[in-house]
Design a protein around this ligand. Sequence first.
Ligand code: PLP
Length: 374
Amino acid sequence: MNQIYLDNAATTSVRPEVVQEMIKILTNDFGNPSSTYSIGRHTKALIEASRKTIAKQFNVTASEIIFTSCGTEGNNWIIRSSVRDLGIKRIITTRMEHHCTLYSIKEMEKEYGTKIDYVNVLPNSEIDFNHLEELLKDSQPTLISLMHVNNEVGTVLDLKKVADLAQQYNALFHSDTVQSVGKVEIPLDEIPVDFIVASAHKFHGPKGAGFVFIRKKNVLKPLIVGGEQEKGMRAGTEAPHQVVGMAKALELSYQDLNKDRTKITELRDYCKAKLQENFADVKFNGNGSTFYNVLNIRLPFSPEKAAMMLFQLDMKGIAVSRGSACQSGSQKPSHVLAEFLDEVEIKKPSLRLSFGHENNKEEIDYLIDVLKGI
Ligand code: PLP
């Protein structure tokens, strides 16, 4: 049975060119990048070339890119170090952030007494900018932590608008860009955001590799200590194959961006139209103009049907996620949907479909047929 993968927001396949690059490094370049002899210097040079490749995609300098193991690490680091080392006393965020952001912020509240202000979320899943500005008027050392693209519904934040507000009110701005890096241009020379976070497995690179951008004026201290790697900003022997694979994946993502974005947008629109054609009462969670690769749908199914839905899709070879009232095996509502759906809406089964450049219309047709059979 062919697998139909419609969960590209969870993770993505690794591009064949990336695998080839990584195999090359694993086979030939085992030197420790911290060693001073030539095979060490060689792997160090590979890492530094990757840093330059990545920095170029955002129009920033290579020294502003630090490698990490994943998006979770990046978000934890920036939030913790902002409070511990930059004197942040209050964090403005939403309840719709990824748990790695939300839980990090909660830790800061517990450990340092950091104040948390949650920005209101509108029924269309966007943040209330008036409320954000109101909060900012209460001046105190503040970090704004707002994600660029929401991983469950695809709500897009206007990064420039928030970055400008942050500047106006003298706040720092951290954005979790894990879902948008490699999928949309982020010109950091034009958008004065202070910190962004990326994870390679979301843009067809390897798992276990990520990076953060830290604008030069902000001097963070490391989360992981005990070595001089990454200019002392993140101790631990580097993984050259991961870093090179990530840089290659990012380069290819931006090289193919226009082509892939057009294809994925068409697929998303086709899927939306097919769903409307076949399920009169289908609803789309979010503001209707969500990011081009995500469709979070609410289906007119009974609770009994809903309980079996993911299982039946899986049996038919379709991989999707449930961003809904009850995740399989638990009755816990999605913390994201709970922010903007009402009590009746949240009880309906929701599905997150997230598309990639490898998907096609036949797969969508098959999904619709399977959903009709449930
Ligand atoms: N932030 C967002 C928005 C995500 O979607 C994810 C992954 O699902 C993460 C952070 C965590 O990234 P990682 O899986 O690299 O730890």
